[in-house]
Design a protein around this ligand. Structure first.
Ligand SMILES: Cc1cc2nc3c(=O)[nH]c(=O)nc-3n(C[C@H](O)[C@H](O)[C@H](O)COP(=O)(O)OP(=O)(O)OC[C@H]3O[C@@H](n4cnc5c(N)ncnc54)[C@H](O)[C@@H]3O)c2cc1C
Length: 378
């Protein structure tokens, strides 16, 4: 894509994954002339390797501000999906039928029940609808569960989407809104002045009064250039994909979901593997498959046709980091572990705040200031 040396615009967003593209779309929707710069396809992109849940029920235990933010995003998702489809013709296959987390032992059930009740207490006036379902109640909704399932937690807020279609749709919508996207544009230099940022990336030179750092794990090195910090580290997750099957799962389970095309995705592993985003390990794949088969024995009859791993963008407490620079007003930062779930909030709630030049008070608890005394090694 062509670029003019030194071309000025209203906003530069660094990082063309789910977080940066959702924000860039939101800024363009606000009428800002926006440039989106991305390093390229060989980078460690969580946005191309995730599980595709729009998930609420486990988000924000002990952090009600995160729970509220997640709920707002889940509630804004239907409108996002509709408007992306109207603008791009791409169907993100959003379904929000509610979701379950299965419990395979009495201990898991007791721990889950305690967590869900704590979430309800902490939700306060917002309320939190959930149920701990007995095995019989789960079977009434999902008759093909295995004998190992002793119960489940359920909330009506959960759902899932086609995550790659979402990324594609956001990129297409961004272009349709007049934004300019520059792939193969790793940031080489970033000069911050008061209310002006000059970026050289690939063959692009751009300047703007607004800068958004949304480069995932890359934010850790970019943030200090504008007086911010992004203490994030990689956490690897692995995903298994089965051959396509007839519709068998009417709602997502936290570690198993059926895509609109019919494949089952099996996931939810977490490991510290540094920046190794490619390796898949037989032990973890076996454990994931085992739990899936305990949940639904018929999964054993399906062939695994694909598997991958990808790196999550993790802060020390697992919560997002949203920040604005005090030393360089106009510079903002966004990192999060659930960029699918939060896509609607990023486009429709966060971007307007950035366009207006200030984060709303509800986002101040997400500042990296909370880690001032914590040392995170990436
Ligand atoms: C296995 C797995 C399962 C997941 N499941 C879910 C789920 O079910 N639901 C959910 O909500 N979330 C899920 N996530 C998390 C979700 O995928 C991430 O939160 C989201 O993709 C993060 O997007 P991002 O744009 O911040 O990061 P990335 O996707 O990493 O994108 C960052 C981008 O920044 C670019 N970049 C980096 N450095 C530079 C630089 N110096 N210059 C220019 N560009 C740069 C890179 O090229 C990259 O494209 C999962 C993640 C994983 C790994």
């Amino acid at each position: 894509m062509g670029s003019r040396a030194g071309a000025s615009c209203d906003a530069i967003v660094i990082g063309g994954g789910l977080v940066g593209t959702a924000i860039a779309c939101g800024l363009a929707e606000q009428g800002l002339k926006t440039r989106l710069l991305d390093e390229g396809d060989t980078a460690n992109r969580a946005s191309r390797g995730n599980f595709g849940l729009v998930w609420v029920q486990s988000k924000g235990l002990g952090a009600p501000h995160y729970h509220r933010w997640t709920r707002r995003s889940a509630a804004a998702w239907p409108d996002l999906a509709r408007s992306l489809e109207a603008r791009t013709g791409l169907d993100t296959a959003l379904a929000q039928p509610g979701g379950m987390t299965f419990c395979l032992s009495d201990q898991e059930f007791a721990e889950r029940a305690a967590r869900m009740e704590q979430m309800r207490r902490e939700a306060g006036n917002l309320g939190f609808e959930y149920r701990m379902l007995t095995r019989e109640e789960v079977a009434a909704q999902l008759p093909s569960i295995g004998p190992a399932v002793i119960g489940a937690s359920w909330t009506p807020y959960d759902g899932h989407v086609g995550a790659l279609v979402l990324l594609h749709a956001l990129h297409r919508a961004f272009r349709d809104l007049g934004g300019s996207y520059h792939p193969h544009a790793a940031v080489q230099s970033l000069h911050a002045m008061r209310n002006e940022f000059r970026v050289t990336a690939g063959d692009v030179q751009a300047s703007a009064p607004r800068l958004v750092l949304a480069a995932g794990l890359g934010n850790a090195t970019l943030a200090p250039l504008v007086g911010l910090s992004a203490p994030v580290r990689p956490e690897r997750g692995q995903v298994l994909v089965t051959e396509r099957a007839r519709p068998l799962l009417p709602m997502p389970i936290v570690n198993i979901r059926q895509t609109a095309e019919g494949s089952l995705l099996i996931g939810e592993s977490k490991e510290d593997a540094g920046f190794d985003s490619l390796t898949q390990t037989p032990g973890i794949m076996r454990d994931m498959a085992r739990r899936a088969v305990l949940s639904f024995p018929w999964i054993a009859d399906l062939n695994i046709v694909r598997a991958w791993s990808a790196l999550r963008v993790m802060s020390a407490d697992g919560l997002p980091i949203y920040d604005q620079s005090r030393s360089f007003p106009g510079a903002f930062l966004a990192n999060c572990h659930s960029g699918v779930t939060l896509a609607a909030a990023h486009m429709r709630l966060l971007a307007p705040m950035i366009a207006a030049g200030e984060l709303a008070p509800e986002l101040l608890p997400f500042s990296a200031d909370r880690f001032a005394h914590v040392h995170v090694t990436a």
